[in-house]
Design a protein around this ligand. Structure first.
Ligand SMILES: C[S@@+](CC[C@H](N)C(=O)[O-])C[C@H]1O[C@@H](n2cnc3c(N)ncnc32)[C@H](O)[C@@H]1O
Length: 307
């Protein structure tokens, strides 16, 4: 299948991360290689791009597209939470464009959208972990409520969780027979005419839980000091407030100097500095051309170079 994905905040990523010839870039979410192509062009002639993606379908397509860059490209099919395991040296740029790509939504077999009836999967990496159907089949009402409330910020989470639990325990089908429409029916039953508004939040909540998206971002943020060279930059594009909050908080913590409680003076200067004080969002022109970019928020942090 020919995939399409329009890279988000392209100009801003280039301007704020400012890749230079010869630098090494870790692209944690290679996707179809849109941002990676730019990184490879700007770091020519000898810069290296290490691209990761948990989704083997996207990774195969990206490898094909980026083949002309030869040995300047290294790819790994893996979760970026384990990025440290494939790096032999710290890099100059860490970039992550979180979440799902357009092919995920467009592929009727993946179950990421409520718009087409499909197997209820939602995993980026289909070789491991529980699908959304398995998650609903193995969770208690309380656990489902927590997912809906925390990751979807859904009102009446408990009521919907009860409905989903009842529905998913009402018959014994084989796993592949559970479909996205099973979730849609439950949402429609509980929310009636308000269902169209709630469905995106429900699917988002399940996707975040299935892929442990917040856990993966937290691990990535925790390992930044070991991933980046002095003078290096990290840029993260997030698409929902829960992720953006994690990024904002981690960047703020890293860039805050230590204060001596006794004197109130700076005791240790921060070794990181914020490049973006506020999240950067798409321009009106980008929004018009790519409505899927509407929730994007981009933050950049720089590791202070050694004196
Ligand atoms: C928004 S797309 C990236 C698009 C890419 N920047 C481009 O321009 O083509 C996000 C990609 O990250 C992958 N992904 C999401 N979470 C991941 C994780 N924890 N580890 C590795 N890859 C992940 C998805 O499979 C998807 O291909």
């Amino acid at each position: 299948m020919q995939h399409g994905h329009v890279s988000v905040l392209h100009t801003e990523v280039l301007a704020l991360l400012a890749p230079r010839p010869g630098e090494t870039v870790l692209d944690c979410t290679l996707g179809l290689g849109g941002h990676a192509t730019t990184f490879l062009n700007v770091t020519a002639p000898d810069g290296l791009l290490i691209g990761l993606d948990a989704d083997s379908v996207n990774l195969t397509e990206a490898r094909k597209r980026l083949q002309p860059y030869g040995s300047r490209l290294e790819t790994h099919c893996m979760n970026f939470r384990d990025a440290l395991t494939v790096l032999t040296h710290p890099v100059d740029i860490v970039f992550a464009d979180l979440g799902l790509s357009s092919p995920h939504l467009d592929d009727p077999e993946r179950g990421f959208t409520f718009r087409t009836n499909a197997p209820l999967d939602m995993r980026y990496d289909r070789s491991t972990g529980e699908s959304a159907a398995e998650l609903l089949l193995s969770s208690s009402v309380e656990q489902i409520t927590k997912v809906l409330r925390e990751f979807g910020e859904i009102q009446r989470s408990h009521q919907l969780a009860k409905e989903l639990h009842l529905h998913f325990h009402s018959d014994t089908r084989s796993l592949s027979d559970w479909k996205t429409d099973d979730v849609v029916q439950c949402v429609e039953k509980v929310f009636t005419y308000r269902a169209p508004k709630v469905l995106p939040q429900v699917f988002q909540a399940l996707r975040i839980a299935v892929n442990d998206e917040l856990g993966a971002v937290t691990s990535l943020l925790d390992t930044l000091p070991r991933l980046l060279n002095p003078g290096g930059r990290v840029g993260i594009i997030s698409y929902h407030s829960l992720e953006d909050r994690l990024v904002k908080h981690a960047f703020r913590t890293l860039s805050t100097p230590e204060i001596d409680e006794r004197t109130g003076q700076v005791s240790t200067a921060a070794s990181w500095e914020l490049v973006t004080r506020k999240a950067v969002t798409p321009s009106a022109q980008e929004l018009e051309g790519n409505p899927r970019s509407r929730s994007a928020k981009f933050r950049v942090l720089r590791r202070v170079p050694r004196a």
